[in-house]
Design a protein around this ligand. Sequence first.
Ligand SMILES: [Ca+2]
Ligand SMILES: [Ca+2]
Ligand SMILES: [Ca+2]
Length: 215
Amino acid sequence: MTDFSCEIYVMNADGSGQTNLTNNFSTEQMSVWSPDDKHIAFVSDRDGSPQIYVMNADGSNPTRLTNDGAVDLFPSWSPDGTRIAFETNRDGNSEVYVMNADGSNPVNLTQNPAADGGPAWSPRGDKIAFRSDRDGNGEIYVMSVDGSEQTRLTNNPAEEYYPAWSPTGNRIAFVSNRDGNFEVYVMKPDGSLQTRVTNNPAFDADPAWAITVIR
Ligand SMILES: [Ca+2]
Ligand SMILES: [Ca+2]
Ligand SMILES: [Ca+2]
């Protein structure tokens, strides 16, 4: 029997030593290392709907952090490892929430009737980038970590998705179909200097790799 569900693997940088950390039949996705590399936050539907979990780096002690029966996605660690931002539709539409790394004290940061999600915590710890369609189509926004100062960075009739910070915090990568198909772009954190970094008829939708190219 072929296992069509997604699993989380770790491997060496050269691709060797692949180890399946989540050997079960639920969907495991969106895994992100904690800043100290000791834990991995991930999304799993092993208990029903997609929820946020955390486990040790060796796959031990998987712990469920969210418990709302809704869809919780896109965990993003604060750089000090104490908090996790994520997307949830527990209030009827998607919002960006932040919680403590043990799952306690979830707080709705965006509080907007539009679809808000895909948070990315800045390396300096002071900002969270996210995607929202509150102005009619998908755009990239940034806000302070308390939800104040929600500011639009892109302004384009195409769809923008998946903000990702460069390690220094000097750039935000994102995905847009503004040039006809999905490509990866980068911009400064104030939205200036929006530059395409892929040019390919295929579906390019992984800003994380582009960040490693441009830093
Ligand atoms: Ca919302
Ligand atoms: Ca747009
Ligand atoms: Ca493309």
